[in-house]
Design a protein around this ligand. Structure first.
Ligand SMILES: Nc1nc2c(ncn2[C@@H]2O[C@H](COP(=O)(O)OP(=O)(O)OP(=O)(O)O)[C@@H](O)[C@H]2O)c(=O)[nH]1
Ligand SMILES: [Mg+2]
Length: 230
């Protein structure tokens, strides 16, 4: 049977989490990264940490299905000190932990704020999932959906809530386009048709500054966040 979670939990987590902590100070901005398996979510998180860690106080929560693989990669790469990286093991359904029962992720986010805060930004990486996976607004303020050109140039056309509604769509691994016969201009047109004015960033994370379109977008969201009411 197909379980429609929106039907099952019609009223849950459709609101945004309060912008302040109990002591009245502004909490960290929370940005979620979701998308199919292997598209470059962890690579994006790693590159964002390297690009932003000197100017911002950062932390990361990773979600893996059965392991702590992504957190261990970030630790090996030393993108942040170990105490700023927290791993959630989600079990079978990665999307459940970011959308329906977000308690383990909320706990991880709040623990990070308590132990290494005050933080400016927390990145929450979802386990690799499918085109329907989206984050609860009770967990993150903005979501980035990461797809890649190796998955085929028909993915933007196929749509789904990640592609159509994410605050930023990242189309990664553009360096592979010539090898997989993908037309980037066509992908850009299809993404625009699905998303209207919502932004799309093409990235090649193996190249120097390859994450720049994403880090610029994150900086802009953070500027709005800190300018808003505390
Ligand atoms: N050629 C190329 N490879 C990339 C790029 N970005 C990431 N990769 C590689 O793609 C593979 C998967 O990247 P990850 O960042 O682990 O992908 P992920 O989305 O976090 O994967 P899961 O968490 O397992 O769903 C790794 O081998 C990366 O080195 C890119 O821009 N170009
Ligand atoms: Mg990953």
């Amino acid at each position: 049977m197909h379980l429609d979670h929106h039907e099952t939990f019609p009223e849950r987590h459709t609101y945004s989490a309060a912008a302040t902590r109990p002591d009245g100070t502004r909490r960290a901005l929370r940005i979620g990264l979701g998308g199919p398996v292997g598209t470059g979510k962890t690579a994006t998180v790693a590159a964002l940490c390297r690009a932003l860690r000197d100017e911002l106080s950062l932390a990361v929560v990773t979600n893996d299905i059965y392991t702590r693989e992504d957190a261990e990669f970030l630790l090996r790469e030393a993108v942040l000190p170990a105490e700023r990286i927290s791993a959630v093991e989600t079990g079978a359904c990665p999307h459940t932990a970011i959308r329906d029962d977000i308690s383990a992720n909320l706990e991880a986010v709040e623990d990070l704020e308590d132990t290494v805060g005050p933080l400016d930004l927390i990145l929450v990486e979802s386990g690799g999932d499918n085109l329907t996976a989206t984050f609860s607004k009770g967990l993150v303020d903005f979501q980035i959906f990461v797809i890649d050109v190796a998955g085929g140039d028909d993915i933007p056309r196929k749509g789904g809530p990640g592609v159509t509604t994410a605050d930023l769509l990242v189309i990664n691994k553009t360096d592979l386009a010539p090898y997989v016969g993908v037309d980037l201009a066509g992908m850009a047109r299809d993404a625009k048709a699905q998303r209207g004015e919502l932004p799309v960033a093409f990235t090649a994370l193996k190249t120097e500054n390859g994450v720049r379109p994403v880090s610029e977008w994150v900086r802009a969201r953070l500027a709005d966040w800190t300018a808003g009411p505390a």
